[in-house]
Design a protein around this ligand. Structure first.
Ligand code: TRP
Length: 334
């Protein structure tokens, strides 16, 4: 029998809007991972409830995130792409895991501190136990690897702590997940402030380029990219803006730094920015077209949601039942 593939798990906030940093830095590099791993990608709609949401807007953006996964190239036949809320085991395991997590541990989470400062009028218990739900997401699938950015590293560490604690009491129930540092994409910075990571919460709307931006918008944002007062396209720490543009151009074309430098030797920043903008717009065009096609094909997307949701529920159910049994919950009569 062929050896079973290890599980890779990741999720994205249901309110996320994909930008080129997510795309070049993460998503695009996940496409081939299904050859090596059994991959699960969830749309974390339960996590979204930790801040107040408009119901119609949440429903729409959750579906958009799911379609974006597919549009960006993740094949839903080879990867399990699903809504977290469609698999009740997440909420069920989360309750049990809450009973194996200490207040002190959760109190140390920097994201909780940041978010409670930002939403001081709504510091709800869900915001506090957010990492426990995230741990449950990961542990339910017997996950070996989790591709995470620096901002989620602490949450992966607490996941490991909870899992190890549980295993030390009940035996080997959970696989202990490791961070995934595979083929990393470039770290894309804000066009408005190249010392900060590109983010949808950039105060300057020109700092962040979205995958679904139209061609003119993308080019306009690149034309406004902050650089230095020099004119040479050279990759150097002293030129963070140009470095970032070279990284983006390399990501879009597969060229090396030297190739980019010689291509633009003596041509000035204006021409370079325009070329990067056009190249990025062209590389996003098929993703945008696929997204639009999916938006029009409700029946297809619904069928993916249904079948992948069922696949996820099947895998998650196995772990959940094991946990329920270990902790002493009464057996179900069928
Ligand atoms: N908290 C993650 C974020 O904000 C999203 C997430 C939820 C996640 N569950 C997860 C990421 C499980 C990795 C694994 O980006």
């Amino acid at each position: 029998m062929a050896e079973e593939k290890k599980v890779l798990y990741s999720a994205m906030q249901a309110t996320g809007v994909l930008h080129i940093g997510n795309y070049y830095g993460a998503l695009r590099n996940w496409i081939d991972l299904c050859e090596e791993y059994e991959c699960f990608y969830a749309v974390a709609d339960l996590h979204a409830l930790t801040v107040r949401q408009d119901p119609a807007a949440l429903r729409k953006s959750a579906r958009n995130v799911l379609m974006m996964f597919i549009a960006a190239g993740l094949d839903p036949e080879k990867n399990c792409i699903y809504f977290q809320s469609h698999v009740p085991a997440h909420a069920e395991l989360s309750w049990i895991m809450n009973c194996f997590t200490y207040m002190g541990e959760l109190n140390r989470m920097t994201q909780f501190k940041d978010k409670s400062a930002k939403h001081s009028d709504n510091i709800n218990a869900g915001l506090f136990t957010y990492p426990v739900l995230m741990a449950s997401d990961i542990l339910l699938y017997q996950t070996s690897v989790v591709p995470v950015g620096v901002d989620q590293k602490q949450h992966l560490e607490i996941t490991r702590d909870i899992a190890e604690r549980f295993n030390s009491i009940y035996g080997d129930v959970f696989t202990i997940p490791e961070p995934y540092f595979g083929k990393a994409g470039a770290r894309i910075m804000s066009l408005a402030d190249p010392t900060k990571k590109m983010s949808k919460s950039d105060e300057n709307p020109n700092g962040c380029v979205y995958v679904l931006d139209d061609k003119d918008t993308i080019i306009r944002k690149f034309k406004k990219a902050v650089t230095d007062s020099d004119t040479q396209v050279v990759y150097s720490d002293t030129k963070p803006g140009i470095m970032n543009l070279i990284d983006i151009y390399r990501s879009a074309t597969g060229k090396t730094v030297q190739e980019v430098e010689s291509e633009f030797e003596g041509r000035g920043y204006g021409e370079f920015k325009l070329a990067v903008g056009e190249t990025v717009a062209d590389s996003m065009a098929p993703v945008r077209a696929r997204f639009e096609e999916l938006s029009r094909d409700k029946a297809y997307v619904d069928s993916i949601i249904k079948t992948n949701g069922e696949r996820a529920a099947y895998a998650a159910g196995k772990t959940l039942r094991k946990v329920q049994k270990k902790v002493g919950l009464p057996e179900r009569i069928r």
